[in-house]
Design a protein around this ligand. Structure first.
Ligand code: SAM
Length: 213
């Protein structure tokens, strides 16, 4: 997704349903309005950090992505809004490289649709583990891999019919690359992360959520 055309196609796709779900799940983790520092890993063109900052006017977000092309688009989302620009930092850093990663600890560690992009999924869980203070809210959402190719086709028919070719094929590749709930539970155990719920939260997404220990 470092390619500008691919980044733009992604930014122009409509993820309002899943990004809205992400914010709703985060609200469930936080009975009180969030007023701390959140880290969003793999923020892409920035819709989730912007939604989060709008939903929680006292919150701050450090939003990290490895692709300059994505961050260029993210910057346009906060340009002209002094409040958002002051509370969201766009940071170019590539997991697992520690170079340019902002300093922990955070009050919330978040990520949507990054896990299946990483060559080693444990790279994400190591960052999640290191970045949250004890008690920090953790919410990682991603696509869940359907059982078989017919399952992939059903998700595509339900959610990507009519999407531009680039978005459709990215979505298809992502569904095949994604993990199952059981696989993610194994990853968490291997990374030494305990006490998280891992469950399906839509017909195509799983979420890992809970509090850092
Ligand atoms: C599918 S997009 C998700 C973007 C955003 N979280 C959202 O929900 O719209 C995945 C993002 O992860 C970024 N990414 C992939 N591998 C990465 C890595 N190793 N380190 C940091 N970002 C990465 C990509 O550049 C891309 O912006």
């Amino acid at each position: 997704m470092a390619d500008p055309a691919q980044a733009l196609a992604y930014a122009e796709a409509d993820f309002s349903e899943s990004n809205g779900l992400f914010i709703e799940l985060f609200r469930r983790l936080h009975a009180a309005p969030f007023a701390g520092r959140a880290l969003d890993l793999g923020c892409g063109p920035g819709d989730i950090p912007i939604r989060l900052a709008r939903a929680f006017p006292a919150g701050r977000v450090d939003a990290v992505d490895g692709a300059e092309a994505m961050l260029d688009l993210a910057h346009t989302g906060t340009a002209g809004d002094a409040d958002l620009a002051a509370r969201i930092r766009w940071i170019c850093a590539r997991i697992p490289s520690a170079e340019a990663m902002p300093a922990a600890p955070y009050d919330a560690v978040l990520s949507n649709s990054l896990l299946h992009h990483l060559a080693d999924p444990l790279d994400l869980w190591r960052v999640v583990r290191a970045a949250g203070r004890p008690g920090a809210a953790v919410l990682v959402m991603d696509l869940a891999r359907p059982e078989d190719v017919e399952g992939v086709d059903r998700v595509l028919a339900a959610h990507a019919a009519g999407a531009p070719d680039l978005v459709w094929s990215d979505f298809r590749n992502s569904l095949f690359a994604a993990y199952t709930v059981e696989e993610v539970r194994d990853q968490l155990a291997e990374a030494g992360i305990a006490g998280m719920s891992v469950e399906m939260v839509s017909d195509r997404h799983l979420a890992v959520w809970g509090y850092s220990t």
